[in-house]
Design a protein. Structure first.
Length: 674
């Protein structure tokens, strides 16, 4: 590591370096970083002379020195260093290979990123001594078990190879202590190579975002460790490299892949082991049989582990993904609830877009505010059990790809995942939102199963007080298990227009796609209002089929969240016409508009009275009454000051009652009160 000109890293940062016979690299690459950075050197036993040399360097530079009694491998050494860092009060970890040169400015940037985004794993772009990129993100091909450099786009990653999962190298990796402990530290039975692949895989499965900072560059010297060069061809590597890479590929599969995928990895082992061997070039095979022998030995050892795992699953009846063994850091149960979203929500993609300012909240509906929570990825169809396949045929409205954990609380955003999780219940506590069911009556065998699932939940929440009685009456759910949780939105994303930027007082914005939107009434209301105020113009944002005459306004099928934010800010009035319903159709758009300090006119459905104080934070009109909606729009358009005052009051009410963090706190109380 080399010094730089930026401010030093935070004093709660630990730089962890694992040494194995490389004290000269420590001496050359780790220069003084100042008193604000703790350097923890973990020395795996190589020789007495090496131990003495490494200990002497640590004493000379003031590094923390952890002496391993033997050589337990890279993962165990990282865990030992993290344990020492935790004892020192460090909250951020930076893992660095001894042959990597990391500038102080890069260190500070990585630490700042993790402190701002504690659930992220982040690494820089890594180059060799001549500037050639050797790591800029990598992927696991789940069908074959191949490792390859990350593709540039999501479309490029979806091809004949099938699905992939990203991973980050441990050669230079920044992670919060919170995330490190949540994942369980590095698995210790790999010894060398693939520990960082599994760490990344487990972190991503728990909702972490894997980030490569292309603006940050770290140099990795040739002649040091081989770990970071796993994606490029180069000079012949050590026999240990071939042995442990071929073995640990299958160990990873045995620990993390479902049975069908594990069998696929076994089938592709000859081809993948050959590719690993070719990373050192073909010329090495002419000069010595040792690389080939090491790859063969590792492949056979890995195959033995995979076959043993297959036998264990056959005896136990396990078909799904097998969790890694508990390490010294891994908690007995997840730190918080496991959240289930429907399959149409890609949480990883959402989180990436949130980081770019494209969407509100880090997770959909702001459930990232639930402390210690993780997101459960949907299972692939080949992992389904027979009864789950039957249930899907019986009722396709629900997402049968989900499955609850055995010990952690399960929280489902709505009944699409709540019903399957409850029917296949294995968790200690199950809570689910209910949205659509209260607007229809149960009938048939499928709904008898739905009723049974709702009755098995420990807690249910609804967004409207009007839903509680209906859920208890029609679906026979005990009333004490039903809770009213007010909807919330990201008030930091949905914000008013900057000071001095005027809203378009003659624009009426209508937004929404669900089945209870009554856009026809909204269009008629604008047509009526235009007779008294010809300058009024409708902006309708919906995928629903409806015609808007050119003289009335325009219809846009869909807008990104950031573009919709600007439409809200520019609107003179936001009008939401709704058909009678109990589940609060339109509440998200309503709260987004209110958070943007825009005056709202909304149909007075039973649920909306929970969110709008008529005349104070919005105007309620009878459902289907286009004349009443037109009159309210005209009143607001004619009195700009009154409209702005209504919008400011609406924004204040959102901040007090309707933020996503407040909603998450109310949901968390369901678990805490159980």
């Amino acid at each position: 590591m080399t010094s730089g000109q930026s401010a030093p890293a935070d004093p709660s940062t630990a730089v962890i370096v694992v040494n194995y016979g490389a004290h000269r690299l420590l001496q050359n690459n780790i220069v003084p970083l100042g008193p604000d950075v703790r350097v923890v050197v973990v020395d795996n036993w190589f020789s007495a002379a090496e131990r003495a040399a490494a200990a002497g360097l640590a004493d000379e530079h003031g590094w923390e020195f952890v002496a391993s009694p033997g050589n337990p491998g890279f993962g165990a050494a990282v865990n030992a260093g993290a344990a020492r860092a935790k004892a020192l009060g460090c909250r951020t970890l930076l893992l660095v290979n001894p042959d990597a040169r990391v500038g102080l400015d890069v260190t500070a940037a990585l630490v700042e990123h993790v402190r701002a985004n504690p659930d992220d794993l982040v690494c820089p772009r890594i180059v060799d001594s001549d500037g050639t990129v050797v790591f800029r993100g990598s992927e696991i091909v789940l069908r074959t078990g191949a490792l390859r450099a990350a593709r540039a786009s999501k479309q490029a990653r979806v091809g004949t190879d099938g699905p992939v999962r990203p991973w980050l190298t441990g050669a230079c990796l920044a992670v919060s202590m919170q995330q490190f402990e949540r994942v369980g530290g590095f698995a210790e039975d790999y010894f060398l190579y693939w520990e960082d692949v599994e760490f990344s895989y487990r972190a991503a499965a728990g909702g972490a975002r894997l980030v490569v900072r292309d603006d940050l560059v770290v140099r990795h010297d040739e002649g040091g460790t081989h770990a970071v060069r796993a994606q490029v061809r180069g000079p012949a590597k050590s026999t240990l490299y071939y042995r442990w890479n071929t073995r640990n590929r299958l160990l990873f599969a045995a620990r993390n892949m479902p049975t069908q995928a594990l069998l696929g990895w076994l089938v592709h082992t000859p081809a993948q082991s050959w590719q690993i061997l070719l990373r050192g070039g073909r010329r090495q095979l002419v000069h010595s049989p040792r690389p080939m022998s090491a790859a063969l030995y590792g492949s056979l050892a890995g195959a033995a582990l995979a076959v043993r795992e297959l036998g264990r699953r056959a005896v136990s009846g396990a078909r799904g993904q097998v969790q890694p063994d508990v390490t010294r850091y891994r908690p007995a149960v997840p730190a918080g609830p496991v959240i289930f979203y429907s399959a149409d929500l890609d949480v990883d993609d959402w989180s990436s877009r949130h980081a770019g300012g494209e969407v509100p909240d880090r997770w959909p509906y702001g459930l990232d505010h639930l402390a210690g929570s993780t997101v459960a990825p949907p299972r692939r169809e080949h992992e389904w059990q027979l009864h789950e396949r039957v249930l899907r045929k019986l009722d396709g409205r629900y997402d049968w790809r989900v499955r609850a954990p055995r010990d952690a609380p399960a929280l489902c955003w709505d009944e699409r995942t709540g019903v399957p999780v409850a029917l296949t219940r294995r968790s200690a506590f199950t809570a689910s939102g209910v949205i659509w069911l209260t607007d229809r009556r149960p009938r048939g065998t499928a709904d008898r199963l739905t009723r049974r699932a709702l009755q098995r939940c420990d807690a249910l929440w609804v967004l409207s007080a009007a839903q509680r009685d209906e859920l208890a009456r029609a679906w026979a759910v005990p009333a004490e298990r039903i809770h009213h949780v007010l909807m919330g939105i990201d008030e930091q994303f949905w914000t008013p227009a900057p000071e001095g930027e005027r809203a378009g007082s003659d624009t009426v914005l209508v937004v929404g796609n669900d089945r209870d939107r009554d856009h026809a009434t909204a269009v008629r209301a604008v047509v009526l209002a235009q007779r008294s105020r010809p300058g009024l113009r409708l902006e309708l944002v919906t995928r629903l089929p409806i015609d808007v005459a050119p003289g009335v306004g325009e219809r846009v099928a869909e807008l990104p969240h950031a573009a919709l934010l600007h439409r809200y800010r520019a609107a003179g009035v936001v009008a939401l016409a709704l058909r009678p319903n109990l589940h609060c159709s339109g509440v998200t758009a309503l709260l987004e508009a209110m958070a943007c300090a825009r005056p709202v006119v909304v149909s007075a459905t039973p649920g909306m009275t929970d969110y709008v104080r008529d005349g104070s934070t919005g105007i309620l009109v009878p459902p289907g009454d286009d004349r009443a909606m037109a009159d309210a729009v005209l009143e607001l358009a004619a009195d700009r000051d009154a409209a702005d005052a209504l919008g400011r009051a609406a924004r204040a009410d959102v901040l007090e009652r309707f933020t996503s963090s407040r909603m998450a706190a109310r949901i968390a109380a369901l678990v805490d009160g159980a």
